[in-house]
Design a protein around this ligand. Structure first.
Ligand SMILES: [Zn+2]
Length: 76
């Protein structure tokens, strides 16, 4: 009777392995490689310094770290 119990645990292991690789976004979408150089696609926060990216909100950028907001200027 006790022999049958050993087979069950092994079947359940294989189903859960493949569901782990979905959250690989993030930082990589903020950079772009151009002619061998790294180009930042977003401005960085003036208060927090380089390394803190600001979120694009259409007509303005905001820093999620300190709350700083910078309006886009119509330059050019
Ligand atoms: Zn900031």
């Amino acid at each position: 009777m006790s022999e049958n119990l050993e087979e069950a645990p092994e079947r359940k292991k294989k189903e859960k392995v493949e569901k782990r690789k979905k959250k690989e976004k993030g930082v990589f979408s903020l950079y772009k490689i151009e002619n061998g150089k790294v180009v930042r696609l977003r401005p960085t926060c003036e208060r927090c310094g380089p390394g803190y990216f600001m979120a694009d909100h259409g007509d303005r950028y905001t820093c999620g770290h300190c709350g700083f907001t910078r309006y886009k200027l119509a330059e050019k």
